[in-house]
Design a protein around this ligand. Structure first.
Ligand code: FCB
Length: 471
């Protein structure tokens, strides 16, 4: 089936008019209907630190994000995730909202230090209880849980032992995966080992704007390598529980050269290697791209590592937000120069570029041939008005959803096996170093009262999910 059905309807000649449209007074109408296959997953995505709050309740150990956010100067307006959306206490209400929006999947992350306060060893039963309640309530509502193991909030206890810079963390991660499989594997069947290892590596260890706030490229190369090994070690552990499907989530950016000059093409190769292929190539058994190795310190590869990073996976999770246009920059630090584009942007300053989502999906499908792809994050922050009589109009986000879902459908028609879409994010939440200023939710969260209000975009998304089609 083509990705869109377009019927041109002329009121003048009557040609092509369907009986349903005949009474319409417009001289020309374009009807577009984009359909998704049966079983397509419609979800939202969240992360523990960004929504849970209860940062030191019921035996939870601190994570590096607790430490980072509590350090003066790190987060805008000194905001923290101490309370966030208070989802730890309000998960029931949040699941009910998802259910009311007709969603059939939900991507969340486990807080490692809520379950293993010291990062290994002792299990915190209250943490297990919380996730049991959340998972049961999702399943009761017919919502399929997709669980991320690591969405950046490393237990502080492990950071004190050098975090992901220490090779031994691979064993800790495998132990953590085992705890999850043992406690939740009877009900959680879809697992995501890592969220955006590139962002954790670079923002946390090169630019220092995310926890743990380091600026040390040598450390970053170690972190990248150990993240990949940790992924590799967790996959067989998770897969050992019956019916488990395991994948990982990468942040992928559409890279485009500014012109078709050879210099710009070279810049695009470096940008693609550094921003995308540095993780996707090793995950799919291709090892590190040579262009990336020219740009970063040598990762500490030992014999057998490249195979250990590349166990077979069941799906690839793609997080897509924007593109990067680059021009020749042989003397720039990473051999490319990003070129700002004049197009419309979100309040994150990210260009709105839906074609990039299609291109990224088609590109990874062709390059790595994953069995399945899920868009595990895609979304937009805008300045929203206050709700009026319970309604919040956010037309920009509705338009963003429409254009990006169209791109997903186009990618499917071009052969990318995309089987689900998770909008980032369910409700406005703690957006890392920006604090609460950046609002991505299809549900508004009033952080003073914790009142949730479904935005117009939420109602729109609910219609899409119900119809399994884009009107
Ligand atoms: C992604 C993160 C997610 C959220 C969005 C806006 O990089 O995975 O937690 O912050 O960006």
């Amino acid at each position: 089936m083509p990705y869109e059905r377009i019927d041109f309807v002329s009121a003048a000649s009557g040609e092509g008019i369907t009986s349903k449209l005949r009474p319409c007074i417009f001289s020309e109408i374009v009807v577009k209907m984009i359909e998704f296959p049966d079983g397509f997953l419609w979800g939202t995505a969240t992360a523990a630190y960004q929504i849970e709050g209860a940062w030191d309740e019921d035996g939870k150990g601190p994570s590096i994000w607790d430490t980072f956010a509590h350090t003066p100067g790190r987060i805008e307006r000194a905001e923290t995730g101490d309370v966030a959306c208070d989802h730890y206490h309000r998960y029931d209400e949040d699941v009910a909202i998802m259910s009311g929006l007709n969603l059939n999947a939900y991507r969340f992350s486990f807080s490692w230090s809520r379950l293993l306060p010291e990062g290994r060893g002792r299990i915190n039963q209250a943490g297990v209880d919380f996730y049991n309640k959340l998972i049961d309530s999702l399943l009761d509502a017919g919502i399929r849980p997709f669980a991320t193991l690591f969405h950046w909030d490393l237990p502080e206890a492990l950071e004190k032992e050098d975090g992901f810079r220490r090779r031994g963390i691979v064993d800790d991660f495998a132990e953590y995966a085992g705890v999850l499989a043992d406690n939740f594997g009877d009900r959680v069947k879809d697992w995501i080992t890592l969220n955006e290892p590139s962002v954790y590596t670079f923002m946390g260890h090169v630019f220092g704007v995310h926890a743990p706030g380091m600026q040390d490229p040598v450390a970053a190369a170690r972190v990248a390598h150990h993240l990949l090994l940790a992924h590799g070690a967790a996959v067989p552990v998770l897969r050992s529980s019956e019916g488990a499907r395991v994948g990982t989530t990468l942040a992928l950016t559409a890279i485009e050269p500014e012109t078709d000059s050879d210099g710009d093409a070279e810049a695009a190769r470096y940008a693609h290697a550094l921003q995308n292929r540095i993780f996707s190539d090793p995950v799919f058994g291709l090892g590190y791209p040579k262009e990336a190795l020219e740009l970063i310190p040598e990762p500490p590869v030992e014999p057998g590592d490249l195979e250990a990073m590349a166990p077979e996976i069941d799906f690839l999770g793609v997080n897509y937000y924007t593109r990067t246009v680059v021009k020749h920059g042989p003397n720039a630090p990473f051999k490319f120069i990003p070129v700002a584009q004049p197009g419309p942007r979100t309040t994150m300053e990210w260009e709105i570029y839906p074609d990039g989502l299609r291109n990224v999906l088609v590109d990874v499908a062709k390059t790595y041939k994953p069995d399945k792809i899920f868009v595990t994050e895609n979304g937009a922050a805008f300045i929203d008005p206050e709700p009026v009589d319970g309604r919040l109009e956010d037309p920009d986000r509705v338009a963003y959803l429409k254009s990006h879902l169209t791109a997903v459908s186009q990618a499917r028609d071009l052969g990318a096996p995309v089987e689900g879409y998770f909008y980032w994010t369910l409700m406005d939440n703690f957006e890392w170093s920006f604090g609460y200023r950046q609002r991505f939710g299809i549900v508004r969260c009033d952080f003073a009262t914790q009142k949730r209000t479904v935005k117009d975009s939420g109602h729109f998304y609910a219609q899409v999910a119900k119809a399994n089609a884009l009107p």
